[in-house]
Design a protein around this ligand. Structure first.
Ligand code: FPP
Length: 247
C-alpha cells in the first residue's frame, strides 16, 4: 500500500465546459480524460498515495447511449495508455465498481491494466466505473447476512470485495470540481471522515496546481474524528444557492 493521502476526485463539469464552447459534450469528456492524466502524474508529488477518480457512476447509464459508449471508449483508451506509463512509474491501477454490465473490450482493458500494474508501489490509482456507493453497501450487507454484527473492518472488507477494490485506507480528502456541492453516491462509507472541498473549476481545466492547492487546503484543516479540539477551520467559500440535478 503506497504511503500518503487518499484523495478522491469527482470529475464534474465536462459537459458544461464543452457546451460553453459550442462543442459536443464528448469533447468535454476527452478534455476531462486529459485532466485525469495530469492529476495522475501530479499526485505522488503532492503526497498522495491513493487517488480515486469517479469516472462513470451507475446513474450515468441514464445518459444517451452515444455518450455512454464514448465514455467507455475513452476509459478503454485511457487504461491502455496509462498502463504503459504506470508500469514505468510505479502506478498500480484498480477499477472499482460493477463489471458485469461493461462492454467486453473495456473489461479486457481493465483486467490487463490491473494484471500488468500489480507491482506498482508509488500510487494506487482507483477508477470508479459503473460505481454506486449505496448499491455496494447493499450488496456488502447481503454478503454479511447471517453475521449479526460484523465489525467495521469486516464490513469494509466485504464492501471492497463486492466492487473488486484492493485494500485502501479511508478517504482523507474528497474534491469535487465543476461548481456543484454534492457527493453523488461516491465512496459514502469510505468518506465518513473525509474533508470535503468543492471547487468551481470545471474538470477539464483542472491541473497539477489545482491538485496541489487542494492538498494544501486539506493540510490547513484540523481533523478531530469526533474528538475535542479547536473549532473547525473556516469554510473556504460561502455556501451557494442549492438546486437539485442528479449526477
Ligand atoms: C461529469 O461531467 C463527468 C462524467 C460523468 C464522466 C467523467 C469522465 C471523464 C473525466 C473522462 C473519462 C475518464 C477517464 C479517467 C479517462 P458531466 O458530463 O456531468 O458534466 P456536466 O455536469 O457539465 O454536464
Amino acid at each position: 500500500m503506497p504511503d500518503g493521502l487518499h484523495v478522491a476526485l469527482v470529475m464534474d463539469g465536462n459537459g458544461r465546459w464543452a457546451e460553453r464552447r459550442g462543442l459536443p459534450r464528448v469533447t468535454g469528456h476527452r478534455a476531462g480524460a486529459a485532466a485525469a492524466r495530469r492529476v495522475v502524474e501530479a499526485a505522488p508529488h503532492c503526497g498522495i498515495g491513493v487517488l480515486s477518480l469517479y469516472a462513470f457512476s451507475a446513474d450515468n447509464w441514464r445518459r444517451p447511449p452515444g455518450e455512454v459508449s464514448a465514455l467507455f471508449r475513452l476509459l478503454g483508451t485511457f487504461l491502455r495508455r496509462e498502463v504503459l506509463r504506470a508500469e514505468m512509474e510505479g502506478v498500480r491501477v484498480n477499477v472499482v465498481g460493477r463489471r458485469d454490465r461493461l462492454p467486453a473490450a473495456l473489461r479486457h482493458a481493465i483486467d490487463d491494466a490491473e494484471r500488468r500494474t500489480r507491482g506498482g508501489g508509488r500510487l494506487l490509482l482507483r477508477l470508479a466505473v459503473d460505481y454506486s456507493a449505496r448499491d455496494a453497501i447493499r450488496r456488502a450487507a447481503a454478503c454479511c447476512a447471517g453475521d449479526e454484527a460484523p465489525t467495521r473492518e469486516a464490513f469494509a472488507a466485504a464492501l471492497a470485495a463486492v466492487d473488486h477494490a484492493e485494500p485502501a485506507p479511508p478517504v482523507d480528502l474528497l474534491v469535487r470540481a465543476g461548481g456543484e456541492q454534492r457527493l453523488s453516491d461516491f465512496l459514502l462509507w469510505e468518506s465518513a471522515y473525509a474533508e470535503l472541498l468543492f471547487l468551481d473549476t470545471p474538470w477539464p481545466d483542472f491541473g497539477a496546481t489545482d491538485l496541489a492547492q487542494a492538498v494544501e487546503a486539506y493540510r490547513r484543516r484540523e481533523r478531530r474524528f469526533g474528538g475535542a479540539g479547536r473549532p473547525a477551520a473556516v469554510a473556504l467559500r460561502p455556501a451557494l444557492t442549492v438546486t437539485r440535478r442528479t449526477g
